[in-house]
Design a protein around this ligand. Sequence first.
Ligand SMILES: Cc1ncc(C[n+]2csc(CCOP(=O)(O)OP(=O)(O)O)c2C)c(N)n1
Length: 572
Amino acid sequence: MPNLTDYIVLKLIENNVTNIFGISGGSVLDFIYSVNKRKDTVLLDTLFSEFSSVYAAIGSAQINYNLGVAFVSKGPGLTNALTPITDAYFDSIPLVVITGHSTLVEESNARINLDQDINVTNIFGPITKRIYIIDSEIDFELQINEAINTAISGRPGPVIIDLNNELTRNQSIQSDFSLKACSNYKSNYNFANTNILIDRLLDDLMLSSKPIFLVGNGLRISNSIDLFLRFVDNFSIPIVSSRTSQDLFPEYSGYIGYIGSRGTRAANILMDRSDMIIIIGNRAMYPKKSESYSKLLSDKVVYWIEYDVNELTRDVHGNIIKVNSKLDYFLLEVNNRLKKSFNTWLHQAKAIKEILINEDNGAPVNLMSEILRFENKDSIIVSDVGNNELWLSLAYQKASLKNRLIHSKSLSVMGSSLAKGIGVSIVHKKHVICCVGDQGLNSSLSDLAYIAEKRLNITILILNNMTSGMIKDRQKAFGYLEGLLVSKGNGYVCLNYEKICSSLNISYFKLSHDDFCMNKINQSYHGPKVIELLIPSDISLSPSLPGGNTLSNQLPLLDETIKIKIDEIMDL
Ligand SMILES: Cc1ncc(C[n+]2csc(CCOP(=O)(O)OP(=O)(O)O)c2C)c(N)n1
């Protein structure tokens, strides 16, 4: 009969987990050896840090919409995992992190109660859906089932399973696999007022002539993309998204682009010109202090459809009407009851997108879009953080790519893309492109070494502007001109990636931002590859939005002839 950790592995396999990532330690040995017994079905991988291992598990979860699993040792192993666990919590990624303990760290006023250990609940409580500290075999199966169920159901997120080592060491405690009923995770969903508000929204839609959907990744998390697309065709309502959700439905012609201060012109202008906004699967996190967003929202009817009641407690702009509803329920209601179509407005939106398609580009976006097009159509693209991610978004839009694009969203962790890419590559087996800035790469060199050592089919596209570009831009905006700690000669260290690649036996190609010689790159190469794109340090981001400008007025301002064309389209 299987022992307790064997039982956990069985449950993970039942949930289609094929790869588990982590760093070994005394407190998780029983679990690891149980996984190894099932290596026909589920494999262990150990990256060079807990940070990277848990990010690999996150990547594996994001690509398959499946449960990600990681193991870390107690104490420092767990604290090293704090950033990726927080990331999974913010971005609703289903994740189980297994750890262990021999003695529980008590609460006291003392600074430390036990060497090499922490009070897990105090530190991780606020950034997990739940922590399961398992100290007894009574209800063990029930707790494991509930833990997995909690991670994947409702609004997904991370849970920690902290196993008592005496319990898992004791091989005589076994599970009979009588699959005890899972206790269902209780969602925060509550129907109060939902129907009244949907009635009101439908009334407002009848009065509206230019409604727009603003969507976000919640559509993906709730598995509602197809449903949404099916209905949206009936509604004829144009769609814009948050930047990090730009890959939700690249094939759909009614998708205009992503909004924001660094958003695409067409999406921003359409938002400005709309008279009603329906926010769906998106967190509506507009800074209350932002003049631009206040101007945008103040003359419109705005509904925010959100599943998680806790999310709705956030203080938002006064115009936003909060509707607590499941997305599928909301979409079905609107689909069944809306007796109006917005075809003219949808045509106007598409025409505006058409004439603005080339307004958001420039160096290095044009070359990036060529490189991305040149690489495999099926590649999964993983983004890092910094100016490079904003260029990547523009390049993705310019090249009309349809690839899956994984962004670092709410927590925006610099240097997380390579580890996530490793998780995607190992689980998904497809070619991965990790797009990263030089500072981001410097902080994930151990992941580069791992990719090289494992000969993973990953291309690393380095946007090397020899500076921490986003922070340098911020310094300038604050009036600090020196480039302290962010540019060469000012404390910032630039590495020679060509030499690093050569020593790691990674295929290496260099292009400068005005060098469109794509045939320098060995396209068919299967294995670790670096493309270093050299970008002058002083190229800054475009378009931008100075504080207070309406979203339509990004800089550089549009040519008068284009503005006139937009007005003509809107008058049709
Ligand atoms: C772990 C972490 N540390 C610091 C930051 C703050 N940060 C955001 S962007 C950035 C600069 C990134 O520089 P680089 O990777 O060279 O990209 P670039 O902006 O030049 O494209 C920093 C330090 C962060 N997001 N995450």
